[in-house]
Design a protein. Structure first.
Length: 355
């Protein structure tokens, strides 16, 4: 895990971001500056000395994937570090302490080869073990599906993951099956070249049919269970969400969201920030009527729709990325799950009635 910002001498390991909460993107990014007394030393050996938890193979994979840059330029392993050089490196997040118990689980696998796997996660499934959820997670199922993931051979907590989605969000996740695939995918997430499209049902209809929400996201200072938006950048991490209204149903709207960054609860926090919380999102206030009458037949109707989808109406619809080995651009889509589809049909029927 990255540490909180602190003043360090040059030639010390400097995490680029302060970390209040884990991101949805599971990589670590470091910046190292060689001091003025640095002797000429091969880059891979230099990094092994500075990154004690990173193996030589992991470092060399990162260099091959151009996830290591010296003075903002990719270099080869035999580059010799000079005094004053600034080295940045992106690596898959190291495994967490603890053991994963492999569990048989029905996985909706949409693609798999020797390098990676793409799974369509159902709502309600926790991605990885943590306090209170040591079993029954996607990672437990993955550990059973393939016993030899690069970070799973010894039973560590996070085999193969380079990103994640919330427990009650449905949709696509890509999993790296080799160190090279994880490194290559982590680099794509860091440089925002991964194409990610989400569908969200939100309260109200945004005035602008499409727009961009920019605002730092960090844990709320008032409620530690939620993320808040800090537009002035005084706290949290930089976050950008692009949205487009696809359909309007009078009091709610179906919105497409594309992420530039992957912050915890990013879409949920950003949409609430602009006055349009996700429908049925209890954590961010979307589980009650926010637009329209709060009494009568409309109230009964909304309660019935909330019962149909008792979780935030958010679905990770598509993923696009470059294959770590073949270099081919891949694109995958996952259809809306039944609960989301049923909620949309009810709202569409309501809007057609013209109430």
């Amino acid at each position: 895990m990255q540490q909180e910002d602190e003043d360090l001498f040059t030639d010390d390991l400097l995490p680029l971001d302060d970390e209040q909460d884990p991101d949805d993107e599971l990589y670590e990014h470091h910046r190292i500056q060689a001091d003025k007394r640095q002797e000429l030393l091969r880059l891979d050996k230099f990094l092994m000395n500075r990154l004690p938890n990173a193996s030589r193979t992991k470092i060399q994979n990162a260099i091959r994937a151009e996830a290591v840059q010296v003075n903002e330029r990719p270099v080869k392993s035999n580059y010799r570090v000079k005094p004053g050089d600034v080295i940045t490196i992106t690596l898959p997040e190291p495994p967490r302490e603890g053991k994963v118990v492999p569990e048989p689980m029905e996985l909706d696998i949409r693609y798999e080869d020797d390098s990676l796997l793409l799974v369509n996660k159902p709502a309600g499934l926790v991605v990885h073990p943590a306090y209170g959820n040591w079993q029954g997670t996607l990672v437990n199922g993955l550990a059973y599906h393939f016993q030899h993931l690069p970070t799973g051979r010894n039973g560590e907590i996070r085999p193969g993951l380079v990103h994640r989605i919330d427990k009650d969000t449905s949709g696509l996740l890509v999993i790296g099956k080799t160190e090279w695939a994880m490194t290559h995918l982590s680099q794509q997430f860091f440089h925002h070249t991964i194409e990610r499209t989400y569908l969200a049902l939100v309260w109200g209809v945004p005035k602008e049919e499409q727009g961009t929400i920019t605002g730092h996201i960090g844990r709320s200072l008032k409620d530690r269970k939620v993320q808040a938006v800090y537009p002035d950048g005084s706290y949290g991490k930089h976050a950008v969400t692009h949205y487009k209204v696809l359909q309007s149903f009078r009091h709610v709207a179906l919105v497409q969201c594309n992420l530039e960054t992957g912050r915890t609860h990013q879409i949920r926090a950003h949409m609430k920030h602009i006055g349009h919380p996700l429908f049925s999102d209890a954590t961010y206030g979307g589980d009650k009527i926010l637009y329209g009458q709060r009494t009568g037949a409309y109230k009964d109707f909304v309660e019935k729709v909330l019962a149909v989808i008792p979780r935030q109406a958010l679905h990770a619809k598509s993923l696009g990325f470059v294959h770590p080995v073949t270099g081919e651009t891949l694109h995958f889509e996952a259809e809306l799950p039944a609960d989301f589809e049923a909620a949309l049909l009810k709202w569409a029927a309501y809007a057609e009635q013209g109430y």
